[in-house]
Design a protein around this ligand. Structure first.
Ligand SMILES: Cc1ncc(COP(=O)(O)O)c(C=O)c1O
Length: 376
């Protein structure tokens, strides 16, 4: 039997009756938009994340756009972020009219390098009279938290906001704190392949402060005021569907157990892959936990990666590259005039990284076969 990269079918077997019951509930009450499942989900996930407010929304991308709109980001603002992430992180900055400023990443965690962040903030202050430093979006890539104790003071002491892009890390902890309790606003995604995913698109924005919460609720529905036909600001249609919220409520029941299983899979990989020559397994910083949205390893160089991925493919084992082209080198950001060599750590990782199958239902035998194929 072939090994799936992510196994949503085995998961579905665990929750089938709860999912069907939840969806049936929505079909019966008929409140497809803003049904009671949404406030239920918001209450559960914000409590799980030790944060006061959760605002369900249409996707992780919507979550980031809503966060930046609520924080008043616009033209002339510089927002510092990672180039080693999914497009949405930086795209949302440009979509609200601001300018992404890319910061190199740490060679071990692949998350924002605080030292480079310090340099890039100073550089914009000193040399970019056209830009005002406004905020930082830290990304918890592959499910591992960024270095918040270093990043948060760098942002806040310079008067910048901190947004946590927890699209890949919902359920992870930084020094014991849930990642969505960090920063001024945290955003997550419920894309089906995410650690907590729905059966379509979905996301959530988390905030501690009442004022931001009210702004997010308004922005989610076209900038509504007291009622939906009073529009007091610009917003979007950023709602999550009631059916997706019902799916998430069913999946959330088994989510804590799945986090434990993901860690067990990661631990087994760590042991099995130690004997693959030239392969570097991921390291989670001391005191933190990852939810292993991806299990990404590093080859020695791009030729070695091609060779290892070829061995997997010969054994019918899927693998994938996240992310082959850093955002600063994407055509969509050509106007920012970055060139190869500008962010060397990120570029080096992008040439070497690849992801192995990772999901809570991955068995020991399959993992042993994956390790054997890599050694072969
Ligand atoms: C780091 C990161 N940010 C943002 C997003 C956007 O989330 P969505 O696909 O739900 O819009 C993703 C999704 O892949 C992501 O991985």
């Amino acid at each position: 039997m072939s090994i799936p990269f992510i196994d949503l079918k085995s998961q579905y077997k665990e929750i089938e009756s709860a999912v069907k019951e939840g969806i049936d509930g929505v079909l019966e009450h008929g409140a497809y938009i803003m049904g009671p499942e949404i406030s239920d989900l918001e209450a559960r996930l914000s409590s799980f994340s030790s944060v006061r407010f959760g605002v369900g929304c249409g996707s992780g991308t919507d979550a980031l756009i809503m966060a930046l709109m609520a924080l008043g980001v616009g033209p002339g603002d510089a927002v510092f972020t990672s180039p080693f992430t999914f497009m949405a992180t930086a795209e949302c900055i440009a979509l609200v009219g601001a300018t992404p400023v890319f910061v190199d990443v740490d060679p071990v965690t692949y998350n924002l390098d605080p030292e480079d962040l310090r340099r890039k903030i100073a550089d914009v202050k000193d040399n970019r009279s056209d830009l005002t430093p406004k905020g930082v979006i830290a990304v918890d890539i592959f499910g591992q938290p960024a270095d918040y104790d270093a990043i948060e003071p760098l942002a806040h002491n310079s008067g910048l906001f901190l947004v946590v892009d927890a699209a890949q890390s919902f359920g992870a902890t930084y020094k014991g704190k849930p990642v969505c309790s960090l920063g001024d606003i945290a955003c997550t995604s419920f894309f089906p392949a995410k650690p907590l995913g729905c059966y379509g698109d979905g996301g959530m924005v988390f905030a501690h402060n009442e004022e931001l919460h009210k702004l997010l609720l308004s922005i989610r529905v076209h900038g509504m005021g007291e009622d939906r036909y009073e529009n007091v600001r610009l917003g979007i249609n950023g709602r999550i569907d009631s059916i997706q919220a019902a799916v998430l409520l069913a999946k959330f029941e088994i989510f804590p157990g799945e986090i434990i299983k993901r860690q067990q899979v990661a631990d087994r990989y760590e042991a099995l892959l130690a004997s693959v020559p030239g392969l570097t397994t991921p390291t989670v910083a001391e005191g933190n936990t990852s939810v292993w949205a991806q299990y990404c390893v590093l080859a020695e160089n791009s030729e070695h990666r091609t060779e290892l991925m070829g061995k997997l493919s010969d054994a019918s084992i899927p693998s994938a590259i996240y992310y082959p082209k850093p955002l600063h080198l994407q055509k969509a950001f050509a106007n920012l005039k970055y060139t190869e060599g500008d962010l060397p750590v990120c570029e080096n990782i992008a040439n070497r990284v690849f992801a192995l199958p990772m999901h809570p239902y991955l068995g020991e035998e399959d993992q042993a076969n994956i390790a054997e194929a890599l050694k072969g």
